[in-house]
Design a protein around this ligand. Structure first.
Ligand code: AMP
Length: 459
């Protein structure tokens, strides 16, 4: 088995790793650290939770230590670009830990907090700057940062960068960097747009990759329930009361929806907090801190705010709203089932979100279990409407498409559903369902998940 001592990392870094309690390198670290130590560019495909921060930080700190240069005023020697402030802060914290006792100055710069303190720090020069692209460009524009001496560049969570519309700032940043540098580029997914972006940053990179999307997707116990949008708040409350989750992350599409979920939960005495872009930095940190400490069990987040949330032991991920980008679904459910653990994801799918679910199944190759609605809920209509694109008329799909069932015809679809087919929801009549034992009841499903957990614990 590979050990950290197998890598040619400087002694003080080895010490910091041991103090941090890491005993052996994770797969991405095993793959990335040796070529990175040789000064090669890296193209890494890895999700959060795989140990990728240490994979790019440890060899970089080694290099900074060995090259013995000093950062001049308004300069940084290593630049790490991250899509969100949470992630930037987290990377800076990790890098501070990995470089403990080495006299290295690590700082972060992101929006949402006053810029003046960041300016004062940069005036002296820093070894490592972890920044979000927007704030970085502000600092450059205001002449508080000169990127011409960057020795190492890291671009983390590149796919999120693109999703969040950072392509233009990134393109502005590239020409400000020296051509002679080492670049390390990480992304959870590698669609064509990302590999094209990588080409602009990297020179003859070594490609490393772990945990393809399906691996995460397969480890998570995925469930879906077809429901009317207006019933989701109620179902969420019922689900929480039934499951008593330890650490549950609920995703909504909008900030407004996140606030509304928290309000409704609080109204029935269920403690929760929301994090999203309209919350101030202290509010976000407090909510995240309370969640990590277990003061609250439920955190409601938008995708953007959830990036970089590094909480181990998330037991449940709820898609209160389905993400409209399939990769986002994989990111979301990857928040649970980390470090080899298992977890449950539960998606509430309204009629106009079914297409998103089909896209997810196509991407992951995994069909979530369909959990029947509890008693007392209205059945959602079988007919679905395509997600509306601004300026276009909504498109009718007609009968629920049957990908796995015997027929694409509405009536035969009903016949084709094992278990009577009376409910008009779920079962193999849905693209995501398709388990031959028909829809489960969600309470039963939850219990069987707990039983499975107990069995795993016994084993
Ligand atoms: P990351 O993917 O960088 O966000 O890391 C996920 C988590 O794994 C963090 O809590 C790290 O502190 C932790 N971690 C990283 N490398 C190791 C390792 N070699 N052994 C144990 N934990 C690690």
């Amino acid at each position: 088995m590979t050990k950290f001592s197998d890598f040619a990392l400087a002694e003080p870094i080895q010490k910091a790793i041991a103090q941090g309690g890491y005993t052996s390198p994770t797969p991405i670290q095993q793959q990335a650290i040796p070529p990175a130590l040789e000064g090669k560019d890296i193209l890494g495909i890895a999700q959060t939770g795989t140990g990728k921060t240490a994979a790019f930080s440890l060899p970089s700190i080694h290099h900074l230590l060995n090259s013995k240069k000093r950062a001049g005023r308004f300069e940084c020697r290593m630049l790490v670009l991250a899509p969100t402030r949470e992630l930037a802060r987290q990377i800076a914290d990790s890098m501070t830990g990995y470089s403990k006792g080495l006299g290295m100055y690590v700082t972060s710069a992101f929006g949402g907090v006053p810029i003046n303190r960041q300016k004062r720090i940069l005036e002296r020069g820093v070894d490592v700057l972890v920044a979000t692209p927007g704030r970085l460009l502000d600092l450059v524009d205001q002449r508080y940062l000169n990127l011409s001496k960057v020795e190492i560049l890291v671009l983390d969570e590149a796919d999120q960068m693109l999703d969040l519309g950072f392509i233009v700032p990134l393109k502005k940043i590239v020409p400000l960097l020296p051509k002679q540098r080492q670049s390390l580029f990480f992304s959870a997914t590698m669609p064509k747009t990302i590999s094209q972006l990588a080409d602009q940053f990297l020179t003859n990179p070594v490609q490393v990759s772990v945990a393809p999307q399906s691996t995460t997707a397969e480890r998570v116990d995925q469930r879906v329930t077809y429901i009317n949008q207006d019933d989701k708040q109620r179902l969420l409350k019922d689900f929480i009361n039934n499951e008593n989750p330890d650490h549950m992350l609920v995703f909504t599409q909008t900030k407004h929806a996140a606030d509304k979920v928290v309000k409704n939960l609080m109204a029935v005495g269920i403690h929760s907090a929301a994090i999203h872009g309209n919350k101030s930095q202290p509010q976000r940190e407090r909510a995240l801190g309370d969640f990590k400490k277990g003061k609250i069990n439920i955190l409601v987040a938008t995708d953007i705010a959830a990036r970089g949330i590094d909480v181990d032991g998330i037991t449940h991920v709820i898609n209160f709203d389905m993400p409209n980008v399939s990769e986002q679904y994989v990111h979301r459910i990857g928040r649970t089932a980390r470090a080899g653990a298992s977890g449950i994801s539960y998606s509430m799918v309204a009629p106009d979100e079914r297409q998103f679910l089909r896209d997810v199944v196509k991407l992951t190759g995994v069909k979530p279990d369909v959990i029947a609605l509890p008693e007392g809920y209205d059945e959602p209509p079988r007919e679905e409407v395509a997600p509306r694109i601004y300026g276009q008329k909504p498109k009718k799909y007609g009968a629920t498409p049957i990908r796995n069932g015997p027929s694409k015809n509405k009536h035969s679809a009903r016949k084709g559903r094992p278990g009577g087919g009376g409910s008009g929801r779920g079962g193999p009549g849905s693209s995501a369902g398709a388990k031959s034992d028909g829809p489960k009841h969600w309470n039963n499903g939850a219990k069987s998940f707990k039983r499975r957990q107990a069995r795993k614990a016994d084993a």
